[in-house]
Write a protein that binds this ligand. Structure first.
Ligand SMILES: Nc1ncnc2c1ncn2[C@@H]1O[C@H](COP(=O)(O)OP(=O)(O)O)[C@@H](O)[C@H]1O
Ligand SMILES: [Mg+2]
Length: 479
């Protein structure tokens, strides 16, 4: 594989991206599974003409693997658990079937109204009674999904709105009272608050229920909130279509899937289960605490001439502020995002980075998940996280669909030793070579699970690992 930032991936001399059909390995489980599609205009999907136009306008030429294999299941009304690496297009995989279904229902009800002589289309109730509910862990992601839904739904009778902590409650209540929201995107805490304290929202008509970034939801302790929403406010799961989307697939998610999805749900896995995206070059540099700033400066200087975008992760707010100040003093175009900032400041920081006003974004993990900031060329782990899933999510901010990204991580021997073995696994699963100093940390460790990177195909799924996962999946008391 040859790969450099910003270029298309090549494999054995041929350009490779998700718009081609080759080499992507996948696994679909479930006795009712539907066959996969190769184009958004496949009749099996039956997507509305205007929706197809919007998809093409958004630059989506061909479906990515998770869209090819996942969408037909949802369109057919089946529940799904979809696992696919970050940046693989999971959002559209669930939004398009939901939007299409809402548009179809709207036009069916218009025809019925015409037949019956009724004049109004939508029910004229006070408050919101949405058809689609999407739960997501962060406010930034909620805004993004809702924005995507409105973009795909442009010119169609479908509207999306996001509710999340940090947004003005009064604004949300006003919007919900108007009752014109078809797809509600929400963080669990704010949704529970709205449902329990106010009378502007009911979930009695939910036809599609999606939990996005399920692994992150679990890590943030949101599962009990989700359970409350499901148990107290949603119609029974048998009466709706349910989907879980996740980049990784730990045991807790498998358990959650069993509980929240209808039995017989379809399980779609793309690529290496829980592995790092193969579209990312992962580099690990040995750097002590004292050396980190110097090395950062060197990286920033190298990038400056190229106008490339850099996302830097620190583990604490204090460190984020310190690094922000350090670069700001040297007149770099830098912005910062962490949870001590107001929602307005965070949105502005993201906007600046998105528009190129700033080319460096310093962030705590709050920005790690789900954020779809366009065109990040390099992710730098100034501090490595303690957990490997967090690492995979962080580096997943680069290397978006079909375009190679790059990550550099500062490995501090004093603090990061515990992560060494998992890092080797992540690098190996992304088909990259492991630096010698890192292998030394893990010498003697059992690596029988991992095939050598020469042997493994690009995008090659480690069959052994997936098989193991399925075994777990079927163990009733594995949790
Ligand atoms: N079929 C496609 N072709 C090209 N780009 C796509 C396609 N589907 C999604 N994208 C783009 O890929 C990026 C990542 O998508 P996203 O849904 O955020 O990934 P995930 O949720 O899997 O991390 C977005 O910028 C999105 O617009
Ligand atoms: Mg996502």
């Amino acid at each position: 594989m040859s790969a450099s930032s910003g270029q298309k991936l090549t494999f054995e001399g041929e350009e490779l991206d998700y718009n081609t059909d080759r080499d992507i390995q996948y696994c679909i489980r479930g006795s009712d599974k539907k066959s996969s599609i190769n184009s958004f205009s496949d009749p099996q999907l039956g997507l509305n003409g205007r929706l197809l136009h919007n998809i093409s306008k958004a630059g989506l030429k061909k479906p990515t693997p998770v869209q090819r294999h996942g969408m037909p299941q949802l369109v057919a009304g089946l529940d799904v658990m979809c696992c696919s690496h970050t940046g693989s297009g999971k959002t559209a995989a669930y939004l398009l079937p939901i939007i299409n279904s809402i548009v179809g229902d709207a036009s069916a009800s218009r025809s019925a109204d015409k037949g019956s002589g009724s004049s109004s289309g939508k029910e004229n109730t006070s408050g919101t009674n949405p058809t689609g509910l999407i739960l997501t862990p962060t406010r930034e992601l909620a805004m993004q999904i809702s924005k995507d839904a409105n973009m795909f739904g442009e010119g169609l009778p479908v509207s999306s709105f996001a509710v999340f902590g940090g947004q003005l409650l009064r604004y949300e209540l006003g919007k919900l009272k108007e009752g014109r929201v078809d797809i509600l995107v929400a963080t669990p805490g704010r949704l529970l608050h709205l449902l329990s304290e106010f009378d502007v929202l009911t979930l009695g008509k939910i036809k599609y229920f999606v939990v996005d970034e399920a692994d992150e939801m679990f890590d943030r302790g949101f599962f009990s909130g989700i359970r409350n929403i499901v148990d107290q406010f949603l119609i029974p799961k048998e009466e709706r279509i349910n989907a879980l989307f996740s980049a990784t697939f730990p045991n807790q998610i498998q358990y959650f899937a069993k509980k929240q999805l209808r039995s017989g749900f379809i399980f779609v896995v793309i690529g290496i289960l829980g592995g790092a995206s193969p579209d990312i070059c992962q580099e690990i540099l040995c750097a002590s605490r004292a050396e980190k700033k110097m090395k950062l400066e060197k990286i920033v200087q190298d990038l400056e001439a190229t106008e490339k975008k850099l996302l830097v992760f620190c583990n604490t707010i204090e460190k984020t502020v310190e690094i922000f100040n350090f670069l700001h003093q040297s007149d770099y175009k830098v912005s910062g995002i962490h949870s001590d900032l107001t929602q307005g400041e965070r949105t502005q920081a993201l906007k600046d980075f998105d528009s190129g006003q700033s080319t460096i974004l310093i962030a705590t993990s709050v920005a790690a998940r789900g954020l779809n900031i366009r065109g990040i060329d390099l992710v730098l782990n100034y501090d490595l996280p303690k957990d490997i899933n967090e690492y995979i999510q962080r580096i997943g901010r680069t290397g978006r669909v079909g375009v190679v990204g790059e990550s550099i991580s500062f490995f501090d021997e004093d603090t990061d030793e515990d992560l060494a073995k998992d890092l080797v696994d992540a690098i190996t699963s992304g088909n990259q070579s492991v630096p010698t100093f890192l292998s030394e940390f893990c010498s003697g460790a059992d690596d029988e699970e991992f095939e050598s990177s020469e042997e493994a195909l690009h995008f090659g799924m480690k069959k052994l690992k997936v098989k193991r996962c399925f075994e777990h999946f079927e163990e009733e008391d594995a949790f």
